[in-house]
Design a protein around this ligand. Structure first.
Ligand SMILES: [Zn+2]
Length: 116
């Protein structure tokens, strides 16, 4: 096929009102009704963009949770510094939480790891 024939084909391809969801180019009428992208490359780019967006959302969520955790740690330290009674109460609460977390971990392993 010559370049001229190719260009002619491109000109003669009917277009629809639908547009590529990635680059907004009008979709060729030759593409199926379910087509959302002008090409496989743009379907792949759109997928990668969605993945990157989800990764960025998770990074932001992790940073927010880390800030929240640091805040809770400061609260615990502040309470513990109020006096020996408070320090003992904080130590008891932390030990209880640790024991619950350890029991949960042990139950999840379900005895599959006798060494654990
Ligand atoms: Zn496109």
């Amino acid at each position: 096929m010559t370049v001229g024939a190719l260009a002619g084909n491109v000109r003669n391809v009917p277009t629809t009102r639908r547009r590529c969801a990635y680059c907004d180019t009008p979709l060729s009428g030759e593409l199926g009704a379910a087509a959302r992208y002008c090409s496989r490359a743009h379907r792949q780019r759109a997928y990668e963009a969605r993945q990157a967006d989800q990764t960025e959302q998770l990074r932001r969520r992790i940073r927010a949770l880390e800030r929240q955790l640091a805040s809770f740690e400061r609260v615990i330290e502040t309470v513990a510094e109020r006096g020996p009674d408070c320090a003992a109460a904080v130590t008891d609460a932390l030990r209880q939480e640790t024991e619950v977390a350890f029991a949960r971990l042990k139950a999840r392993r379900g005895g599959a790891n006798p060494a654990g």
